[in-house]
Structure formats: C-alpha cells, structure tokens
Design a protein around this ligand. Sequence first.
Ligand SMILES: Cc1cc2nc3c(=O)[nH]c(=O)nc-3n(C[C@H](O)[C@H](O)[C@H](O)COP(=O)(O)O)c2cc1C
Length: 217
Amino acid sequence: MFKALNMNKVALASRGVALTSNQMFDTLDDIRDDIATRLIQAGKDRRSPMHTPVVGTSDANLRVMVLREFDGEQWGLRFHTDARAPKCTAVREGGAVGVLFYDPGAKTQIRARGNGKALTQGAQVDAAWKQSSNYARRCYLAEGAPGRAADGPTSGLPQWAEGIQPDDAQVAPARENFAILTVELTSLDWLYLAHDGHRRARFRRDGAEWRGGFVIP
Ligand SMILES: Cc1cc2nc3c(=O)[nH]c(=O)nc-3n(C[C@H](O)[C@H](O)[C@H](O)COP(=O)(O)O)c2cc1C
C-alpha cells in the first residue's frame, strides 16, 4: 500500500520539466513516484531518452516504439502502430507485453510488464487518430503490412503520397490501418545505478494497489 503520488513531481513531469538524477530513493514511495514521473515525462517529451522504449512481445520479438502517453491513474501505456503489423497479431487482446526504458543521464532502468491490447475501434482509438498530424497519419497509407516482402527499396506509400504533407481527405483511408497498442502494467522493476551502491525495487499490481519491495541489484 503506497501513499498518494507526489503531485509536485508529477506536475513538473507533466510540464515536461527535466527530472534530476541526484534524488534520494530511501522509500518505496519515492521509487514509485520516480517511475510515475519519468513515464509521464517520457510520454510528453520527445527529448526524453525514455520516449522510445523497447517493446517486447511473447513471440520473443523486440522493437523500438514511441511512447505516446502514460496514464498515471490506470498505470497504462499507449503506443501507435499499424494494425497489420506482426506485433498486433502477437498481442491481440490481452497478450503479454514487456517494455524496457533506460535513461543513461538518470542512470535509471525501468522494466515494465503488462497486458497488451491492439485496438482499432473505440473512443480511445478515435481520440488518438484525431490528435495525430496528417504527416503521422500518412504512414498508415502503406500499401501492405509492415514486414511484407517488396520488389525493391520502398516506403510502401503510394507514389502520390511520397514527400508531401497530405490533407485530411487524402489520409482518411489510412484510418482503417491505424491501431493503438495499450499496455496495462502489472509489474515494474526499477534499477538505479550509483557509485556508492546500486538500488533496485520491484512492484506488483494487486487489484488497485501496488505492492513492492527492495531487492538486491
Ligand atoms: C525511433 C523509432 C521509433 C519507432 N516508433 C514506432 C512506433 O511508434 N510505432 C510502430 O509501430 N513502430 C515504430 N518503429 C518501428 C518499429 O521499431 C518496428 O520496426 C515496426 O513497428 C515493425 O514492428 P513489428 O514487425 O514487430 O510489428 C520505430 C522505430 C524506431 C527506430
């Protein structure tokens, strides 16, 4: 059972204010706050090293993805992807997903695991599509699934869409290929590297609560 999140730190992270690395991590509450603030910042700040974590699926495949949002209330991650991509087949509804974050400046690694969902319909998907720029939406116009063999080097985009910023009507057909990958986190492993001794803690979700403990690094 943990106390409420430190809202000062969360507010700073929400505004994209850089987090410092010289913090004290004496309690599990401190560490849980550190994880939440770093993930909130990672979803908002494209310069954050944690903005592009490595996402693993149960087929032993890994790939870099852009973290679009961390929901600190639900402890959920949101990514955007192509519905035809192999990772969506691997995840479907409830597949295990692992996400690895590392910030070398903060000397902090966060290993997160949870239940993934690849969604193409619903309010959350519509909202994510609405927030995307037409430039980002253009990726989903590719003629064929990511990973499909091609005759030569190609972006997969129709020729008319190459090198342009398409308008709303031009990207409308891309919507059917757009998916969000959500991960409801169920366990966290936090590691902080320090000259005078590393620190490590693990957390496991138990209903609405997180239960944690320190472990030997
Ligand atoms: C910096 C970077 C960011 C990326 N961001 C995404 C992303 O947000 N969504 C995505 O589907 N693929 C992203 N990719 C591409 C994936 O790493 C991967 O190559 C692609 O999605 C196909 O993955 P799959 O075959 O496992 O489905 C990114 C790659 C790099 C290098």
